[in-house]
Design a protein around this ligand. Structure first.
Ligand code: 4AD
Ligand code: MG
Length: 462
């Protein structure tokens, strides 16, 4: 059996040869004694043109009745067709039906809306768009592993079930073995978690960072790449309850090293995907974002923008009439503000650094002004924030002070504080939202269309 991508990679190697290909029928038409099938096997973007003739196969009538969506195997000869729309075609000698499809197959030749396709998540990977997105997703994931491995990073697996709330935003999914209707109670009426599986409240991780820091203090350079969960009740095009995050953590490094790493990684992944997925990128460029390829290509050799939070607020305040949400020093930037900065002001990806400590997590390193922290977010056109990172607070006394301000109990974080007691060093890291990166690369504007089975509020059919 030959894969269709092998044929497209070097059709001349197969010229005149007999091959067998298996896939799903995308379109089928016939007139009298001649018919055509566009076959797709998912291994590449392109459809393979099959020509079948009454004279050459023994089940012509039967084949003409196959429905779109049917699974078939075709044995035939490859013919180069330089004059035609497709560079080559297969002239069938035998067509075998592996699995029939019915006439009510939901994916007919017309273009379906992305909204409709979300209602059939189990079938939509067979469409051009979703098939291209998920193949790019796979290639981008591989590029990320390649990038970090080439640079000597250790891939660290951090737990999905954890007792800590890394971001302190309280957006956790509780994991418990207790009966939610009749949980065991303490004398004061509170739930007795000592009887729970873990002996204390546990939740799905919102970030692997804290455990990642432990690994970085042993290996120097680590990255995580795994599922992340947030019970944020925000129904937006860029939030999902389950998403994938990449979190590198580097020892003996500051915020500048962190930004450099983020920039190099983004450029590496863009370049790799554009090299490996030219057909997919051409498709996105044509149907979703006309300037996509040009913009991403230009980025590979250009600098990213950089602005401090304070400066960003000053810029945004000049345009405050254009925003729904108010802007003033101390406010958390909204998507509209982020997009304005990256799309209207900088017109390229931009790092915003040194945010007020009040709107950032407890672990970020306090700057000398005592008001801001060594944080960085990377904003990109079309999406907004795709990366959030920081230099970490390595000074035990300062960290304890911050935790006290935020009413975090040091006993709960003893292991984390140990990293500052035993050979602590300056260190930094960031989290890249994988889906947001895929949105940026493909020009697809809703996170529900870059996740095979998106988990958002009120959606767990699959
Ligand atoms: O900015 P965040 O919350 O940062 C952290 O979790 C840090 N612990 C990372 C670190 O320093 N190691 O999240 C990081 C990124 C965001 O920039 C965004 O791209 C993505 O994760 N993200 C989401 N993506 C999809 N759906 C959601 N609900 C997301 N929440 C965050
Ligand atoms: Mg963030």
């Amino acid at each position: 059996r030959t894969e269709i991508r092998q044929l497209f990679a070097s059709p001349q190697d197969f010229e005149g040869k007999t091959v067998t290909v298996c896939g799903w029928v995308r379109t089928i038409r016939d007139s009298k004694a001649l018919g055509f099938i566009e076959l797709n096997d998912g291994g590449c973007f392109n459809n393979l043109q099959i020509v079948f003739e009454d004279e050459k196969i023994n089940n012509f009538k039967e084949v003409t009745k196959y429905n779109v969506g049917s699974a078939i195997c075709v044995t035939g000869t490859l013919l180069l067709t330089p004059q035609a729309k497709q560079p080559f075609e297969i002239h069938a000698q035998e067509i075998v039906l592996e699995g029939a499809s019915t006439p009510d197959y939901p994916l007919q030749k017309k273009r379906h809306t992305l909204e409709y396709l979300r209602t059939i998540a189990h079938l939509r990977p067979r469409t051009n768009t979703l098939s291209a997105v998920f193949r790019v997703r796979s290639v981008a994931a591989y590029a990320i592993h390649r990038f970090f491995n080439e640079r000597g990073f250790v891939y660290a697996h951090t737990p999905l079930i954890t007792a800590s709330d890394c971001e302190g935003a309280g957006e956790m999914f509780r994991v418990t073995t207790l009966d939610p209707v009749n949980p065991p109670l303490n004398e004061d009426g509170t739930v007795d978690f000592s009887q729970d599986f873990f002996g204390k409240p546990a939740n799905l991780t919102v970030s692997g960072q804290l455990e990642g820091e432990c690994m970085a203090m042993a290996f120097g350079k680590i990255y995580t790449f795994g599922p992340t969960f947030r019970a944020e009740n925000s129904n937006t095009p860029r939030h999902a309850a389950e998403f994938w995050m990449i979190e590198p953590e580097i020892a003996f490094a500051d915020l500048n090293d962190d930004m450099e790493l983020a920039r190099d990684m983004i450029k590496y992944v863009l370049k790799y995907v554009m090299e490996q997925c030219p057909a997919e990128m051409k498709f996105f460029n044509q149907f979703f974002d006309k300037g996509l390829i040009e913009r991403l290509s230009a980025l590979i050799d250009s600098e990213f923008g950089h602005v401090t939070y304070t400066e960003a607020i000053r810029i945004l305040e000049e345009h405050k009439d254009e925003f729904e949400y108010p802007v003033y020093w101390g406010v958390d930037l909204q998507t509209e503000h982020e997009r304005y900065l990256t799309e209207k002001v900088f017109k390229c990806p931009v790092f915003v650094t040194d945010y007020p400590k009040e709107i950032k997590a407890f672990y970020m390193r306090l700057n000398d002004d005592n008001k801001t922290v060594a944080a960085m977010d990377l904003l990109v056109p079309g999406v907004g924030e795709i990366i959030g990172g920081s230099q970490r607070e390595e000074r035990l006394d300062v960290l304890l002070g911050r935790m006290e301000e935020l009413s975090l109990s040091p006993e709960d974080y003893n292991w984390y504080l140990d990293l500052r007691r035993y050979g602590g060093t300056k260190h930094a890291g960031f989290g890249l939202g994988f889906e947001r990166l895929i949105m940026y690369i493909t020009g697809i504007s809703n996170i529900r269309d870059v996740l095979p089975f998106p988990r958002t509020t009120g959606s767990a059919e699959y």
